[in-house]
Write a protein that binds this ligand. Sequence first.
Ligand SMILES: Nc1nc2c(ncn2[C@@H]2O[C@H](COP(=O)(O)OP(=O)(O)OP(=O)(O)O)[C@@H](O)[C@H]2O)c(=O)[nH]1
Ligand SMILES: [Mg+2]
Length: 189
Amino acid sequence: MNIKSAVFVKSAIGTDDLFENGTPQVVFIGRSNVGKSSVINSLVNQKSLAKTSSMPGRTQQLNVFLINKALYFVDIPGYGFANIPEKMRLQIHKMVSWYLFDSNYVFKKVVLIIDAKVGPTADDLDIFENLERENKDVVIVANKIDKIKKSEYEAQMQEIKKVFNNYKVFPFSAEKKTGVGELTEELLK
Ligand SMILES: Nc1nc2c(ncn2[C@@H]2O[C@H](COP(=O)(O)OP(=O)(O)OP(=O)(O)O)[C@@H](O)[C@H]2O)c(=O)[nH]1
Ligand SMILES: [Mg+2]
């Protein structure tokens, strides 16, 4: 199955009717700057549907995109960003944890994106444990594999798979568009 259409719907800042209209939601989460917005752009084959930046903290709302007129991709702010005021950081944290955990929305998939080269951080593992505990349908995307040396690639991927045992890990590069087909299939099936 391919992505034939992808359009921006709106930026939500919390509860919103569109989350309750029955359209399945696929949410993309991960550390700030890990490439959530870039992964979405690579999946929909558009350069800047989701806004990206080299500065962490670019995405500050729940940005909703309608895919194939049938499901939502939701791009949300990352965790661990340093460059925004404390008050705003807390507000964003509250919004994200409400959306993921307190809203009781049933997500079609929760896509947890990690940096393949850095490997899972304490923050990544923390959110993963919370998602696991809440029985979310999680898939792991190991993004930025283009930054890993060929000689280190296999060992690094094995290490990542070991940490997230039983969950699917998708090696990915939003930059080089590696893994797009496999991940698309997983998210749309
Ligand atoms: N080398 C490489 N760089 C990437 C890849 N994916 C994203 N980037 C870069 O990483 C930076 C952050 O990308 P974003 O997509 O804005 O990251 P984000 O996770 O949405 O960040 P926030 O919205 O701040 O949480 C940008 O400079 C991207 O060009 C990748 O696969 N490889
Ligand atoms: Mg972003």
